[in-house]
Design a protein around this ligand. Structure first.
Ligand code: PMP
Ligand code: PLP
Length: 529
């Protein structure tokens, strides 16, 4: 392994799009190389004098890094008031002041005179340093010259990757259910997704090999894809998380067929472990260790990347705030250089206010503090995930984790529940299937598969209508979920199926319970028709 790591990224310039190859360095950017010299008299750039920036400093009361407990808190509990009294719940309001001055006492300090000024598309140096150290330490790429580059989040990241890698008319590989904005970002360039079948771990390696090995250019109307877009952790919409073994298998296929992997991974640190029913859960005291927390996470594709063919997209959207519009690429220097050239003529560096405030936060928390913050968030999302599935289990009388994990459908599994459902005893005893889902182990979503074939009025070809019909009824009853068709990379629907993506990331606990009750009532009514 140590020897392998001496490898530098291989030359993958044949993957660059015509557009990307045509980009040249702006002559104005040639000035940047002189900028480090403090004695330089700069009369070249159209830069406003920093005294004209109407902020002397910016400060914030930031939360402390251990704001969230590592022991899951069941917030709907009647014991809530005891926790409040003991300060467990209020602990998250503990703050620390941070300030970014315009003119610092030392030039190494993060400061507004630099952060708000024109600079390179690489962002402020303190952020560059933090992100590079973080990525290399956490993801451990298997080649030696892996680097990082800021962007304005993963939407920007994918959009730049598309233009850097793809020529119009090409197709790219992706999961059969995928993040719609990724598809719609590429659609106007006449780029089409090629769906690869999924299972509970996400993209299947065997189907990927099948798609690539059986590619027929004349039938598909495009050459074999050389780019993959994938969301491997807490996949959007399916919630699936891929382990190291599958990633290694997929990586090796991508080496064999010369495919670049764009790893869009906004939920990486929201890994929660397996769902266990309430009765089987125990609350153990957890002592934070950054190494232990990180080593328990599924590895990134970077861990297997010995050639520099992975472009990893990270974002602060889910760990700081979506409005921070800050993220970064981790990739080979060759790709980073082309992605930077594109940023130079579009977004430039991300907003200086956000960069400086977040960098100040990260450098105050430091690496360990930031990992502690991420660990706290993962536990928060685990509580939400557990609570939401508990609500479904109560509503539909799901029997056990085993039953759910094996894909035994909720409706099928409710034999004991007949008494609770007036007039439906007979139908239940025939084993009416309502829906099924694999409990997610990461991220924000439960992806449920509806069994509309159990609706008495079901006819072949009805599925999309039934998905939309039920979705509308649930929305009219007061709960908005995302209908499955939004996420289809194929636009094909299996007979009798429909899907909903339900997010447990945002609603209050009591509201989630209410939503599940409404969902339950509406589904029961719907399946009666
Ligand atoms: N257009 C012109 C003509 C400019 O002179 C400049 C800045 N020097 C820009 C665009 C860049 O604008 P912005 O900072 O808003 O990206
Ligand atoms: N990629 C995926 C898979 C997402 O789920 C999301 C947000 O929902 C994004 C990208 C957007 O990320 P960003 O806010 O960093 O642009």
């Amino acid at each position: 392994m140590a020897l392998e790591k001496q490898n530098k990224a291989v030359d993958l310039s044949h993957h660059l799009s015509n557009l990307s190859k045509a980009r040249v360095v702006s002559p104005l950017k040639g000035l940047a190389k002189y900028m480090g010299n403090p004695n330089l008299i700069t009369l070249a750039g159209g830069m406003p004098h920093p005294s004209y920036f109407p902020f002397a400093d910016i400060s914030a009361n930031a939360l402390v890094s251990d704001s969230f407990s590592l022991e899951p808190v069941e917030r709907e509990s009647s014991l809530m008031w005891v926790w409040k009294l003991l300060g467990v719940v209020n602990a998250k309001e503990k703050t620390m002041p941070i300030t970014v001055p315009k003119f610092p006492s030392s030039s190494d300090e993060i400061n507004l005179a630099v952060a708000l000024q024109y600079g390179t598309a690489q962002g402020i140096v303190q952020l560059q340093k933090f992100l590079k150290e973080f990525s290399l330490k956490v993801y451990q790429p298997a080649y030696s010259d892996c680097t990082t580059l800021v962007d304005t989040g993963n939407t920007d990241g994918w959009s730049r990757a598309v233009l850097t890698l793809c020529n119009p008319g090409e197709m790219f590989l992706t999961e059969e259910w995928t993040y719609p904005s990724a598809v719609y970002a590429s659609q106007p360039y006449n780029l089409r997704p090629v769906p690869v079948a999924m299972d509970s771990e996400g993209m299947r390696a065997d189907d990927l090999r099948k798609v690539l090995s059986e590619w027929d250019e004349s039938k598909r109307g495009a050459k074999r894809p050389h780019v993959m877009y994938t969301v491997p952790v807490g996949q959007n919409p399916s919630g699936a998380t891929m382990g190291g073994e599958r990633k290694k298998a997929i990586y090796d296929i991508c080496v064999e067929y010369d495919v670049i992997i764009v790893e869009d991974d906004p939920y990486y640190f929201l890994q929660q472990g397996d769902y266990k029913p309430k009765s089987e859960r125990t609350v153990a005291t957890v002592k934070h260790s950054a190494d232990k927390f990180l080593s328990g996470l599924a590895p990134s594709y970077l861990k297997f990347d010995y050639q520099g063919r992975v472009i990893r997209l990270d974002t602060f959207s889910k760990y700081v705030a979506p409005g921070s519009r800050l993220g970064w690429f981790t990739c080979s220097p060759q790709m980073a250089e082309r992605l930077e050239r594109q940023g130079e003529t579009t977004t430039q560096a991300p907003c200086g206010f956000g960069q400086s405030l977040i960098t100040k936060l990260l450098t105050t928390w430091k690496y360990d503090g930031y990992v502690r913050w991420l660990h706290g968030l993962a536990v928060e999302y685990k509580s939400r995930r557990d609570y939401f599935i508990d609500c479904l289990a109560d509503e539909f009388h799901l029997k056990s984790n085993q039953a759910i994990a094996e894909g035994i459908w909720a409706g099928c599994d409710v034999l004991e529940a007949y008494g609770k459902c007036d007039g439906m005893v007979e139908k239940y005893s025939l084993g009416t299937k309502y829906f099924s889902f694999v409990p997610p182990t990461s991220g924000m979503f439960v992806w449920i598969k509806m069994h509309f074939e159990s609706v008495p009025s079901f006819k072949e070809g009805d599925e999309e209508t039934l998905e939309v019909q039920l979705w509308e009824r649930i929305a009219e009853a007061g709960v908005l979920m995302a209908p499955g068709w939004y996420f289809s990379a194929t636009n094909l629907v299996d007979s009798g199926e429909g899907h909903y993506r339900i997010s447990f990331s945002n609603a209050e606990f009591a509201t989630m319970k209410k939503a599940v009750n409404i969902f339950g009532k509406t589904v029961r009514e719907f399946f009666k028709q």
